[in-house]
Design a protein around this ligand. Sequence first.
Ligand SMILES: O=C(O)c1cc(=O)[nH]c(=O)n1[C@@H]1O[C@H](COP(=O)(O)O)[C@@H](O)[C@H]1O
Length: 274
Amino acid sequence: MNESFGARLRARLDACGPLCVGIDPSPALLDAWGLDDSPSGLERFSRTVVETVAEVAAVVKPQSAFFERWGSRGVAVLERAIADLREAGTLVLLDVKRGDIASTMTAYAEAYLDRGSPLAADAVTLSPYLGFGSLTGAIASAVANDAGVFVLARTSNPESAELQRLVAGQVVAGATAANAGATPFGPVGLVMGATLTEVEHPLTDLNGPILVPGVGAQGASPADVARLFAPVRHAVLPSVSRAVLADPKRLRGRVLHYRDECAAHLTPEAAGRR
Ligand SMILES: O=C(O)c1cc(=O)[nH]c(=O)n1[C@@H]1O[C@H](COP(=O)(O)O)[C@@H](O)[C@H]1O
């Protein structure tokens, strides 16, 4: 039997520390790298990031939107990046933030989670706006494929608070129920921003990983992540994109810096020191 996503993620976190690096080839970053905003620029950018971070980051998170801008040629670059990362043993979290009625979710699950799909990743981001129950089939598909899902709970952008405060409790409860009894992690992670001022829902029973974007360009630090998520530090994956991607010459140095900072604040030894 293959290993579950939770087991593979736990092993990777233990081996590499908790950093997730995003691949977000925006027009501004392509320009900063001296690359054309074109499929070949995308290809050069993502290939460089893949080669530089594959062995350092626990998880790599390509942002699908920046590839989709170029239609099928951009998606082909994304497929290649996913395949290269998985070949290198790096876990790939594809950031697509999908959410729809159950029957359509089945098609999204086939696209991103089915082992045989050209875009199959280790995990995807999902939106629970159509109700946590609408994600049930996608979660079942993740389990069947030893993959995972990360469901938006409290996102890092300031305009999210008013709406998400009303529903985040349901998302946390849904994820907790879906993960019950699984070890070391169940298949359902949450997404919660590093920029939050507080975490309003207890996460100690979640039994799943927590993706924490907002570190770097959005203003939060690994120390903020450790403070916000103190009771579940072992389960947290801080995610950084622009702050490491800004300058190709400093890419490796910035990734190593964030890897070390995250490990210093979030590993069990760090918790013992505090
Ligand atoms: O799901 C995400 O990754 C995500 C959730 C969230 O709450 N906030 C957030 O910024 N993101 C994504 O994380 C990345 C953040 O990029 P940086 O701000 O450059 O580190 C982008 O790809 C966002 O789409």
